[in-house]
Write a protein that binds this ligand. Sequence first.
Ligand code: NAD
Length: 362
Amino acid sequence: MAKHTITLIPGDGIGIETSAAMQRVVEAAGADIEWEVAEAGAAVMEKTGGSPLPESTIEAVKRNKVAIKGPITTPVGTGFRSVNVALRKSLDLYVNLRPVLSIPGAGGRYEDVDLVIVRENSEDLYAGIEFEEGTPEAKRLIDFCAAEGAGVIRPDSGISIKPISITGSDRIVRFAFDYAEKHGREKVTAAHKANIMKFSDGLFLKEARKVAADYEGRIAFDDRIIDAFCMNLVTDPSQFDVIVFPNLYGDIASDLCAGLVGGLGIAPGANIGDDYAVFEAVHGSAPDIAGKNVCNPTAQILSAAMMLDYIGEPEIAQKIRAAIAKVYAEGEHLTGDIRKVTGSSKPACSCTEFTDALIAAL
Ligand code: NAD
C-alpha cells in the first residue's frame, strides 16, 4: 500500500475532537498516511496577527493536493469572511459533493435514502460580492439600477450580488452527470428558482438542459423549482437520485437532507476541483457542544472514507463504512445526537467511546 501525505486542517470547535477521532480510525483501518497539520481560523489569526487563512495553509493543500478539514467558525454579521468559502475559492474547488445515505440505527426519517447532492461551490450569493448599506459604493449601484430602469432599490439597502455564469453552470452540471454515469446512477435533477431569477437561476437551468442533452439516453434529467423540491424531498426522497444545485440552495438542501437520515452528525462531504480536493463534514463547529467530548465524529470519518476512495484506497474506505454500519446496527455505543433522534433511553456515549467502539469493530 502506498504512503500518502495528506494536509489536515483540524479546524476549531468540535473540529478538534472530530479530527482527532477521524485520524485514529483511519490509522486503525490500516491506511498509511502522513498528516501534515495546517492551521486556519480565529486562533491562528490571533496567534500570528495575520489572516485566518494563512498562505502556508493554502500552500500545504496545493503541495499535497488532498486535505481533510474540521469545521471552522465564521463570525456572524461582522468580522472576517468565511475561511471555508475562501479556501474553496482560492483552490477553485467548484464542486461540493455530499452523498446522503441512510445508516440503519441512526434514526433517519426514512430507512432507505440514497441521494447525492452536487452543489456549485464557487459563485452565486457566496461569491462574497457585497455592498454595505449607506456606503458610496452601495449608493452608486442603487443610482445605476435606477438610471438603467433595472428597478428601485431602497437607499438604506445592503446589497449582495448573485453571479451565476455559463462556465460555472456547465462544469458543475457536467460533474453531476459524469458522477451519475461513473457511479451507476440513473437520473440528475436540477433544482433552481428560474421562474423568479431569470438571468441567474434561469441561466443555470438553460445550461443544465444543454448538458443533459449530451447524456440523453444514458442518464435521465428533470428539474424542480427549489421550494417545490423541498416539499417533494421530505414527502418522498426516493424520487431523487443525483441533485445539482446552485450554491445557496445546495447549502440549505444539504442540511435538510442530513435531517432526513439522522442529522448533521452523520453527513459527510467533499470540495473538489480539477487539481485539488478538500474533504469535510457538512456540519459546522457546533459551539454549543464543543470541548465536551459529546460530538458525533461519524460525518468526518465518512468524509475520510470519501477521501480514501479518492486517493485510491477503496478497500480501507469500505472497511471503515462497514465498521460504522456495525456500530450503528448494534446500537450500544451511540452519541447523544443519535440517541435524541432515535428516542432511545440508552445512555449516550462520548465521542471517544464511540471512536473506541468503531476501532474495535474494525
Ligand atoms: P453547526 O452545524 O455547527 O450546528 C448545528 C447544530 O447541529 C448544533 O446544535 C450542533 O450541536 C449540532 N451538531 C452539528 N454537528 C454535530 C456533530 N458532529 N455531533 C453532534 N451534534 C452536531 O451549525 P451552526 O451552529 O449554524 O454553525 C456554527 C459555526 O460553524 C458557525 O460559525 C458557522 O459559520 C460554522 N460552519 C462552518 C462550516 C465549515 O467549516 N465547513 C460549515 C457550517 C457552519
